[in-house]
Design a protein around this ligand. Structure first.
Ligand SMILES: Nc1ncnc2c1ncn2[C@@H]1O[C@H](COP(=O)(O)OP(=O)(O)O)[C@@H](O)[C@H]1O
Ligand SMILES: [Mg+2]
Length: 265
């Protein structure tokens, strides 16, 4: 059994279209029968063009929206059969890193407050020196200077803010982190620093990560395995080398052909 098993997962949205007299209900199959396996300590790259269902898949995995059908089994536990109250308790097991760290951090909270709050989600009674030591440890884990912990998000650069967001995701000791386009808003020179940080965290902490991107080059660099998503379905999975060197699916081939400049050696 794999660490994370996603079985026949579907998330359909029903949308009203047309005018008052011609209105009808249309079903958008944002996630349309996804099967995926992820091992502990693995970075899975999820790639596909805008609108193919990547964010909907991640929101469903995060238990933020209920699936239409199918199951999510993490570490042997079937989350799809849990009651809403039990799901809420386990929500800490899943943490996210978003594209825009500035929008996802509270501008009125210092880094210390942000990280302390995230630590206390898991360790409710932690305070004083123990809490401060934990925050300092988190900051050093993501390569930030702990002397800056009383500063606010706007006092940091974009790359540093994404480090804070990563530290916040690590703070409640999740089982799985999903990073949805985490470097897409960063300068190219900063992107590789964040990618290398995530790789270091995988090596040092055994991080299990789903890394979502529309950018095949970025995914190739960071991922152990790649899943290609197209119109709500996973059309191809394989190691980064397999997918790049011998793509099987026509959509993957088209995706690869659209980035001729990429050096994949
Ligand atoms: N809450 C929603 N209601 C209706 N349609 C939605 C909703 N969320 C996403 N969709 C639709 O589902 C499809 C997949 O969207 P999304 O998961 O955001 O794709 P991606 O992250 O790959 O760009 C799109 O057609 C989008 O319009
Ligand atoms: Mg998205």
């Amino acid at each position: 059994m794999s660490y994370l098993e996603i079985n026949d997962l579907e998330k359909h949205f029903v949308k009203k279209t047309g005018g008052m007299l011609t209105s009808r209900l249309e079903t958008v199959k944002a996630v349309d029968g996804v099967n995926l396996r992820i091992e502990k300590g693995e970075i899975l790259g999820l790639v596909g063009e805008s609108g193919c269902g990547k964010s909907t898949l991640s929101r469903t995995l995060m238990q933020l929206i209920p699936p239409t059908s199918g199951s999510i089994v993490l570490n042997g536990e079937n989350y799809s059969t849990l009651s809403p109250a039990e799901v809420r308790k386990r929500r800490l097991d899943f943490q996210m890193v978003f594209q825009d760290p500035y929008a996802s951090l509270n501008p009125r909270m210092t880094v210390f407050s942000t990280l302390a709050e995230a630590v206390k989600q898991r360790h409710k009674g932690m305070k004083g020196d123990a809490l401060e030591a934990k925050v300092i440890e988190l900051m050093s884990t993501v390569g930030l200077d702990a002397a800056q912990m009383k500063r606010y998000p706007h006092e940091f650069s974009g790359g540093q803010r994404q480090r804070i967001a990563i530290a916040r995701a690590l703070a409640p000791e999740p089982k799985l982190i999903i990073a949805d386009e985490p470097v897409s808003a960063l300068d190219v020179s900063i992107q590789s620093q964040i990618l290398n940080l995530l790789k270091d965290l995988q090596r040092d902490l055994g991080l299990t990560l789903i890394f979502i991107s529309h950018d095949l080059g970025v995914v190739h660099y960071i991922a152990d395995r790649i899943a290609v998503m197209y119109r709500g379905k996973i059309v191809e999975t394989g190691t980064a080398e397999e997918v790049f060197n011998s793509p099987q699916d026509d959509y993957t081939k088209r995706l690869l052909a659209s980035i001729p400049k990429l050096n994949v050696s």
